[in-house]
Design a protein around this ligand. Structure first.
Ligand code: URA
Length: 213
């Protein structure tokens, strides 16, 4: 991973970059877009969970007893920003199947580009959990900032934010609003356009996942 700042992780693994390029192409079908997103989510989950705490357990191999180390996936909560965040959940859950899942529903007011909340449901015991907020695109940053502000009110142990594609405007906004939140992304693209879309980006992630364009 290359690191423009120690809280911003650009996951530049060749497999991640390869799959992201395939997804960006407008010729990618809904099926391949979903498949690639799922694979990318697994690869990104691998990086995001790199520092998860381990605990010792006693086990028996066919040959002898030993002390192994395991993670407690149940202490992890994934928080999906609806609707596009849902596209990252399966890949994450394939890697950490015990994680609990919360959802936050936000839509972008087309006039102001501000995030408006319409749904919020998180697992219980949030103060015992590390939260990974997932949304494929970090554009203006409004949704990510609003989601994290709301999740912070539940007092989780820590919060990380994961997206596939970001842009300098979104990264700056998120870093300023939530300097304590680590950001993981596969790319920081050139810029936002006047409609709040990332250039070159990959288009509307939700539409491409669900085939609604
Ligand atoms: N949301 C998207 O789906 N795509 C963008 O480019 C920006 C926000």
């Amino acid at each position: 991973m290359s690191q423009p700042d120690s809280m911003v992780h650009v996951i530049d693994h060749p497999l991640v970059q390869h799959k992201l390029t395939l997804m960006r192409q407008k010729s990618a079908s809904t099926t391949s877009f979903r498949t690639l997103l799922n694979e990318l989510a697994m690869l990104m989950a691998y990086e995001v969970t790199r520092d998860m705490p381990l605990q010792d357990i006693e086990i028996e191999t066919p040959l002898e007893k030993m002390t192994g180390r395991v993670i407690d996936g149940k202490k992890l909560a994934l928080a999906s920003i609806l609707r596009a965040g849902t596209g990252l959940l399966d890949g994450f859950l394939a890697v950490v199947p015990g994680a609990r899942v919360g959802h936050i529903g936000l839509y972008r007011d087309p006039a102001t580009l501000q995030a408006v909340e319409y749904y919020f449901k998180m697992p219980k015991d949030m103060p015992e959990r590390d939260v990974v907020v997932v949304d494929p695109m970090l554009a203006t940053g409004h949704s990510a900032i609003a989601a994290i502000t709301r999740i912070k009110a539940t007092q989780p142990r820590s919060i990380k934010f994961v997206c596939l594609v970001s842009c300098p405007e979104g990264v700056k906004a998120l870093r300023e609003a939530h300097p304590d939140v680590e950001l993981f992304t596969a790319a920081i693209d050139r810029q936002l356009n006047d409609h709040g879309y990332i250039l070159p980006g990959l288009g509307d992630a939700g539409d491409r996942i669900f085939g609604t364009q």
